[in-house]
Design a protein around this ligand. Structure first.
Ligand code: ATP
Length: 199
């Protein structure tokens, strides 16, 4: 099975491209969804997080108080790394399991939509690395308009990520999403043709 790693900065259009690839017939593992599922009540990952950050981040039903965890985990670089040290390997394991499941079900190609694909070096285990690219200013506009983020918050989040040049340097395919969706579609179609040739 061809593994297609899909990444890009916040608000670049990863989910939009992932949806188009799903429509083209490729199943998608969404790393953000995996991260949320890993924090469901009763999960072993959440248990581990609670042991490190305090069981009082869980309510009586075992539901995580996200704001409280964020306060504790983002209080220092060391605490953040502690959290990432638990969650990142867990996301990696569960994503791998889901991709293997698609393969078992007979998928010829599958997409891994992962914001941290390059940061965590997971692009190395992909057959194709696709980077969705859009200028920071355009991403800020989209994040403010459709996600309701404050402009400064959007800028801060972008600034905390790896820079676009580093990301693009690791790409096999760069999709330019600066234009309207009508300019995105033909590029995704081209990507599908490229993948089909690999099969
Ligand atoms: P995140 O990193 O936050 O998960 P993302 O990279 O998955 O974001 P999307 O959710 O696909 O990005 O896109 C961000 C927003 O911009 C969405 O509301 C989406 O509908 C919109 N968008 C994406 N591409 C375009 C485009 N070409 N023109 C206009 N709006 C777009």
């Amino acid at each position: 099975m061809i593994r297609i790693g899909l990444t890009g900065g916040i608000g670049s259009g990863k989910s939009t491209v992932a949806a188009m690839l799903r429509d083209a017939g490729y199943p998608v593992v969404d790393a953000d969804q995996v991260a949320r599922d890993n924090m469901e009540p009763g999960s072993s990952v959440l248990q581990e997080v609670a042991e490190v950050f305090g069981t009082d981040i869980l309510d009586d039903n075992g539901v995580l108080d996200r704001a409280e965890l964020a306060r504790r985990a983002f209080s220092s670089e060391e605490q953040t790394q502690k959290l990432n040290g638990i969650t990142h390997p867990a996301i990696r394991r569960e994503s791998e399991r889901r991709l293997a499941q698609f393969e078992k079900e007979g998928a010829r190609a599958a997409v891994y939509d992962m914001p941290l694909l390059i940061e965590l070096g997971l692009d190395e285990s992909m057959d194709v690395t696709v980077v969705v690219d859009a200028d920071a200013e355009e991403r800020v506009r989209r994040l403010v308009r459709s996600r309701g983020l404050e402009e400064q918050d959007a800028r801060n989040r972008i600034a905390r990520q790896i820079d676009d040049a580093t990301r693009k340097a690791r790409a096999d395919v760069v999709i330019d999403n600066n234009g309207p969706l009508t300019e995105l579609e033909p590029q995704v179609n081209e990507l599908v043709e490229y993948i089909e040739k690999m099969l």
